[in-house]
Design a protein around this ligand. Structure first.
Ligand SMILES: CCCSCc1cc(N)cc2c(=O)[nH]c(N)nc12
Length: 373
């Protein structure tokens, strides 16, 4: 058990990296997928199930938790790990991204963002200092600086304004975080789809000596090739000895291609949200169980899977559950999808360990291309 936050790089295969992030609440095997537990729960899953599937860390959301039940209340109840019964590492976002996408009547200026809650209309202010304070009240292990993420496409001037504001907020976030040996605050690279701005942001954050680096401002509507081009420009500028977290990404293919460009950590609502809407991720691609073709299909979703969604039920039954809008539908497919994502990550880690990542990448994509039988 370590009292400090450290990152150890065990192996590389091309730009793909195999590492371990160690902190007092446990280790994170990288490349890692982090299930999103927005309001303190990975929807439709028990924490123990999430853990058994191979998740070393989950995400929580400052924006949602500050509005309900409130950061001070979570602190009074022992912090997010006790409150949500997840004794392992938790990463929290800083809230600014969610304010811009969810809150009403929001105003952003040099000091931070003010907004009205989408729940009850109350007014709040989120500054770099208050965001770090809230993440501390949640007892978050890996905290994010407050940043401003602009949607793409945007003008170069707008992207540069937001990137430079985010750099000033990075300084303030890091100062507010101070020295907390077993925890970390990450700087967030911004700069949209403009190479010179991405490089400037990454260089400036590198010089601020964060314990880890997030790559933000992507997975905001741009084509995959743009995201991958930006990654290829950005990761080489970041320190090799620090973890790199690509925010909000992504599909299994996004993850494979981003690992190949030097990314270590991922989060995305895709497996959990898609599962609740009937979309299954499998080794042979995506399967939409709401499709009528499954109505009388007695076969399992994937005969090679030991997940209850395949082990215990037919496609016809899963189809029925979704048509009937039954709660069990969301539970089973969320389980399947998280199981698939964590099996993919374990496969990626093993392939890098054995220096066969490129073969693994091509074979995995070929399996998806074969499609559903
Ligand atoms: C719980 C959700 C974590 S990731 C949210 C997210 C997702 C995406 N796509 C981009 C950003 C970003 O640029 N900044 C921040 N703070 N967050 C982002």
């Amino acid at each position: 058990m370590t009292e400090k936050f450290t990152f150890t790089l065990h192996a590389t295969d091309g730009m793909a990296r195999r590492g371990t992030v160690s902190m007092p609440r446990g280790d994170i095997r990288t490349p890692a997928f982090m299930p999103v537990g927005t309001a303190g729960t990975v929807k439709a899953m028990y924490p123990g199930q999430v853990r058994e599937l191979g998740s070393d860390i989950i995400l929580g959301n400052t924006y949602h938790l500050m509005l309900r039940p409130g950061a001070e209340r979570v602190a009074k109840l022992g912090g997010l790990h006790v409150f949500a019964n997840w004794p392992h590492p938790i990463l929290t976002d800083s809230g600014g991204f969610q304010v811009m996408s969810l809150a009403q009547l929001r105003k952003l200026d040099e000091n931070g963002v003010t907004f009205q809650s989408h729940i009850d209309g109350r007014r709040y202010e989120l500054t770099p200092e208050r965001s770090i304070e809230i993440q501390g009240l949640l007892d978050s292990d890996i905290q994010m600086q407050l940043d401003e993420c602009v949607a793409l496409p945007s003008s170069e001037a707008e992207i540069e304004r937001a990137m430079r504001l985010s750099l000033r907020w990075a300084e303030r976030s890091k100062a507010a975080f101070g020295e907390q040996p077993g925890k970390a605050v990450f700087g967030i690279v911004q700069g949209g789809d403009v190479p010179r701005l991405r490089i400037a942001s990454a260089e400036a954050l590198r010089d601020m000596d964060f314990k880890g680096y997030s790559i933000g401002g992507l997975a905001v509507g741009e084509p995959q090739h743009v995201m991958l081009e930006i990654l290829s420009i950005t990761t080489p500028v970041l320190p090799a000895e620090k973890p790199r977290y690509l925010m909000g990404v992504g599909t299994p293919d996004d993850i494979l291609e981003s690992v190949a460009r030097g990314v270590d950590m991922f989060d995305c609502v895709m497996p959990t949200r898609a599962g609740r809407h009937g979309l299954a991720f499998t080794r042979f691609g995506k399967v939409n169980l709401k499709n009528a073709r499954h109505a009388e299909d007695h076969r399992p979703l994937d005969e090679a899977s030991d997940c209850p969604a395949s082990r215990d039920y037919s496609r016809a039954y899963l189809h029925h559950l979704f048509k009937a809008n039954e709660t069990l539908a969301a539970m089973l497919l969320t389980w399947n999808n998280l199981a698939y994502y964590q099996q993919l990550m374990a496969g990626i880690r093993g392939a890098i360990d054995e220096r066969r990542f490129e073969d693994f990448r091509l074979a995995t994509k070929a399996g998806w291309a074969r499609g559903d039988i």
